[in-house]
Every structure is written in C-alpha cells, then in structure tokens.
Design a protein around this ligand. Sequence first.
Ligand SMILES: Cc1cc2nc3c(=O)[nH]c(=O)nc-3n(C[C@H](O)[C@H](O)[C@H](O)COP(=O)(O)OP(=O)(O)OC[C@H]3O[C@@H](n4cnc5c(N)ncnc54)[C@H](O)[C@@H]3O)c2cc1C
Length: 385
Amino acid sequence: MSELATHGEQQPGGHEPIDVLVVGGGVIGLSIAWRCAQRGLRTTLLERGKLGEGASRAAAGMLAPVSEMELGAAGRRILDLGLQAAQMWPDFASELSEATGIPSQLRADGALMIAHDRDAAEALERAIVFRAELGLEVKRLLASEARELEPALAPTVRLAASLPTEQSVDPRWLSQALADAARSAGAILLEEMGVSSLLRAGDRVGGVRLTDGSSVTASRVVVAAGAWSGTLGEVPVRPVKGQIVRLRDPGGAGLLSRVLRFEGGYLVPRGDGRYTLGATVEEQGFATSLTANAAYQLLRDASRVLPAVLELELEEITYGFRPGTPDNVPVIGNDSLKGLLWATGHYRNGILLTPVTAQLVLAALDGSPHPDDALLAPANSADRD
Ligand SMILES: Cc1cc2nc3c(=O)[nH]c(=O)nc-3n(C[C@H](O)[C@H](O)[C@H](O)COP(=O)(O)OP(=O)(O)OC[C@H]3O[C@@H](n4cnc5c(N)ncnc54)[C@H](O)[C@@H]3O)c2cc1C
C-alpha cells in the first residue's frame, strides 16, 4: 500500500500527494471522485470490494422525489433536495454519457401510483391532495384512464395518479459510467482496499488506516461508505436491507412504459424488456439471506396490479443495504473534525441524490456556501430537526 500518495511529499512510487481521499466506491463516492477530479483536485478513491457492488448495484433506480415523499420537516428537506436533484438529472446524464461514450440510460416516462382496492384508493386520494397542496405535479386518474396509458394494468384497479415528472435510470449503468468518467478526469480508483479507521491528530483527520495496517494521508477525507459509514466515525447510519427481483420479458419491451407504484412495491421498466421489482424494507442489520417469502410477496403484490408480471422470466434476486439515518435525511458536508467530510445516509434516494450530493460536497470542499445552505446537514444527529 505504501505506493499510495502521502500528503505534502512525493512518494517513492512517484505518486502525487492526495487532495481528496474518498472512502467508498458506490454511486455517491464515484460521483464525488468524478467532480473532484474534474475540478483539478488530486483524487483517490478506496473501495474495499468492487466498485458499484454495494447498495448501488441493488437499487431500482427510480428518481422519484414526488412519489417517495414523506411527512414532516425531515420529509420536506428530503423532498427539496430530491426536487433539486431531479432537475439536475437530464444534464447530469447527458454529461456522463458524453464523457464516457456510454449511451444514457435515463428514462423520463413518469410514474403511476396505483390503488387496487378501496382502502388503497382512500389512501391514494389523500396522497394526491397532499402532493397537489405542495404544488407538485400529480393528476388523479380514473382506472379507465390509467388503463389507456398502460393497457396491461389489471381490470380490478380502482384508482390511479399520474406523476409525469418522475424519471428512472439503470443504477448499474450509473456506477459504470461514473467510474469511467472519474478515471478519464484523472481520479485514481482502487478496488480491494478496505479502510479500517480514520487517521486523527487532535481535531484534524489527515488520512486513513487500511485493513492491512498501512496508512494513506490526504488533505481531505470524504467518507461515502454507504451503510458501513458508521464504522468509521460518529455518524448515525444503519443498514436497512432491501431484497429486489429482476425480471425479463423474452418478447422484449412493451408490457409497461411507466414506473408503477403500488401497495407493497414498485415495478420499474428499463425500456428493453427488463423490469425491476422492489423492494423489501427490513431492519435486519447486515443479514445477507435471500428469502422465498420476499420474492413471493413482491410478485404477489405486483400481480394484483399487473397480472402479466407472473409471465416474465426471473433473472435475479438480490439484496442491498440502504444507508438509513434516524430521520432519513442524508448527512452531507463537513464534520466538526477538520479535513473530514461525510456523504452518506441517502437511504432510499441515493441514486436520485447522486448529482446534488457531489455538488454539495464540492461546495463544502471549496468552503463556499452552497446556495441552499440549509441542505448541508450537520454530521451530529443531535443538531438536526
Ligand atoms: C433494494 C434497493 C432499492 C433501491 N432503490 C432505489 C431507487 O429506486 N432510487 C434511489 O434513489 N435509491 C434507491 N436505493 C437506495 C440507493 O441504492 C442508496 O441510497 C445508494 O446506492 C447509496 O449509495 P452509496 O454510494 O452511499 O452506498 P453503496 O452503494 O452501498 O456504496 C458504499 C461502498 O462503500 C464501500 N465501503 C464500505 N465500507 C468501506 C471501507 N471501510 N473501506 C472501503 N470501502 C468501503 C462498500 O463496499 C460499497 O461499495 C435502493 C436501495 C436498495 C437496497
């Protein structure tokens, strides 16, 4: 490991000192590495496994601030951040695609919230009013109107709502494109490099210690270690397990063009005959089991609103650990320890929040306040609303 750069001096291996050391190679760490390298900062990212293999690989890729919104002050903060991110996504995806030559996988076909029985319809009526009162784009649809848009919907569907501004993206494309773009911009991305702790001297963090006992110094350390971030410092992040199913229509695309949200889950079309059906929400720590019951419940609930889902081929069942915080608001910005920044706790919205997180981290690194300073969540949960 000693071939890595040491802050302030040239290493024997000839590497330059590191301005920004990013811990974690999911979409959050990769996007930060990309933006830092673009800015001309000497950037190294350490990933203890393979890039993009954490929660980012399991994610469905909905960019869904309106359908995911939650109640309360914390919900409002996530909504504001999510709306800002959603606006950034078209340019972000084009820029990534241009930087890498990999065609963008962004889809902007909107989403439908579906109620399949009377209770669900009552809840959906409330959800529509709540969103409309906040000025969000939502349209109540009769079941017949929803079936005109998506003819494969079940005849038993009772009510729907259209959310035309919701988008989606293939998260595996995102990780790949971010890694390629970051490398092209000059970032060094290293796999199989686990960080065991932060190097701390007084009130400053000056690097990290690796699991093999060696250390790497850097001017700034950004921890973007997803659900594992809490192992590296005082950040209130816990794993929230999600099991998710990937399906494929051997006949190709056409069954569904919009994201479907229904009681018990969601179905995300990729536009090429592949569909992602998610997801469980389990407080199980880092349990890695895949259960028949999870697949059963997801398929059962989806088939109530889209019966043909049971005819699709099963490609994959997998899981990921969402990085959850007590109020679900991500932790993005400077720690009280100098030289340390956090970019974690994105819970269900890390794919959506990727572009805005990288922007906020760059603003924090610059020391220039972001236009919306309130979004820079302090690392200490006691300071949060
Ligand atoms: C089933 C499921 C569905 C989801 N669907 C959506 C969705 O539709 N839309 C959306 O916006 N979000 C969704 N999410 C949430 C989203 O996946 C996460 O918020 C996001 O991927 C978090 O990205 P990350 O980079 O912080 O974490 P991760 O992708 O988990 O990356 C963290 C990385 O850090 C590495 N690491 C950890 N500790 C260390 C260490 N000590 N040293 C070095 N490396 C380390 C890990 O190996 C990992 O690669 C979903 C999540 C799940 C599980």
